[in-house]
Design a binder for this molecule. Sequence first.
Ligand code: 13P
Length: 249
Amino acid sequence: MRTPIVAGNWKMNKTVEEARELVSELLPLVKDMQAVTTVLCPPAPALLPIAAMLEGTDVELGAQNMHWEANGAYTGELAPAMVKEFGKYVILGHSERRAYFGETDESVNKKILAAQANGLIPIVCVGESLEENKASQTAEIVSGQIKAGLAGVSADLVIAYEPIWAIGTGLAATGEMANDTIKVIRAVLAELFGEEKAQEIRILYGGSVKGSNAAEFFSQSDIDGALVGGAALQADGFAAIAAAAQNEV
Ligand code: 13P
């Protein structure tokens, strides 16, 4: 069985002080949820202080992005080893990075390879735009992103299917729609890694997940958790989603 993951992508929100406050409210709410892996992905400055707070708990830490090179003249970037000092996970290829910072399947591929070489577990994001969705190109787009992004990588990763039109809009996909696309993703993973490995890889849904709709996703056959944006900025919002995952196990 695949242990569900509920990961919070805080995006560019929370100063260190605010991050500390959120985590101290959150820890008592999620500490007994043994059946679900919870992961917090704060902005880079909060990685160190939050790592200290999570020590001795089951809550994991991740970064939101990193560079593929080990070090060097890359102003503003984080190297894999810098993420690894504090975190276990790294979100890669988020649609906001693709849209605003020029990331491509090729750069995402380099980052996944670098993350895995450094013992980090990448959470690789894929998803279609509204236009692509309306043109019934969802399966083709996400399959292409998976094949190009995952060239030559190992199966030690997590995938997040995040339809761009559902991110931050309050318009979540339905559980059934998300599950259909995630089944397509799993079939592509089976082509890349074999059926057995494909059955082990966690595939999350992301896009306007909240406490009130989380169970609809987690009750589906192939959805193994959620990558949460807005609702992860409040302790009770994130905890409600983690509780929904815990209840489905
Ligand atoms: P929202 O949950 O705010 O829609 O964001 C989803 C997301 O982009 C997580 O990476």
